[in-house]
Design a protein around this ligand. Structure first.
Ligand SMILES: Cc1cc2nc3c(=O)[nH]c(=O)nc-3n(C[C@H](O)[C@H](O)[C@H](O)COP(=O)(O)O)c2cc1C
Length: 175
């Protein structure tokens, strides 16, 4: 029982202390860690367990530089040790709304895993303004639609507690 309580505390602490990290040291992140992060993503729930997420991992500085040209967060991408571009495989899609939710859950799993590993990361959505150009740049199959880019690396900033609305404001009813 005590063990369970400690596990729960650790989990809540992980969720609460995750912050978006946008500045990174130059240190690299090994392939094993990158695979652990993507594997965590794949354990997200999805409607009918259709697992509609697909990834492209970018470590090559030249490819990162090109990718950075499609967003105002270019410094975040260039500074990151790696970026994971997350796609929706529309050929596996059964209900767009639910598939988008599943991809969101996948990204959150990866961000929590990144934090757990002592790394930092950020979900970049603004880059979707240039979705088609990014898809061409990364040369993904036609049926893969860009959902986000997760930039990650060893953190070079510390973040405070963060800011959230109190539960009383988001809880509409307690019936
Ligand atoms: C769908 C989505 C899109 C986001 N897009 C960006 C982005 O383009 N650039 C960025 O710096 N942060 C982006 N973020 C990160 C948010 O700014 C961040 O999660 C929010 O401010 C709360 O801060 P925290 O993650 O540190 O708790 C995005 C987050 C989500 C969920």
């Amino acid at each position: 029982m005590r063990e369970k309580t400690e596990y729960m505390k650790a989990m809540l602490d992980l969720i609460r202390t995750r912050r978006s990290i946008r500045r990174f040291t130059g240190e690299t992140v090994g392939d094993e860690m990158l695979r652990t992060i993507m594997d965590a993503g794949t354990w997200a729930p999805s409607g009918l367990n259709n697992q509609p997420w697909r990834f492209v991992v970018v470590k090559d500085p030249e490819v990162k530089r090109r990718l950075s040209g499609y967003t105002k967060y270019s410094q975040v991408i260039e500074g990151a040790a790696a970026c994971i571009a997350v796609f929706l495989d529309v050929s596996r899609s059964y209900d767009r709304e639910k598939d988008l939710q599943a991809v969101g859950a996948c990204i959150q799993n990866m961000l929590l895993c990144i934090h757990y590993l002592g790394l930092g990361g950020v979900w970049l959505g603004e880059i979707l303004n240039r979705r088609e150009e990014v898809e061409r740049c990364l040369d993904v199959p036609e049926h893969c639609e860009l959902m986000a880019v997760v930039a990650l690396g060893h953190p070079d900033e510390t973040k405070g507690r963060g800011n959230r609305m109190p539960l009383e404001e988001v809880l509409i009813k307690d019936l």
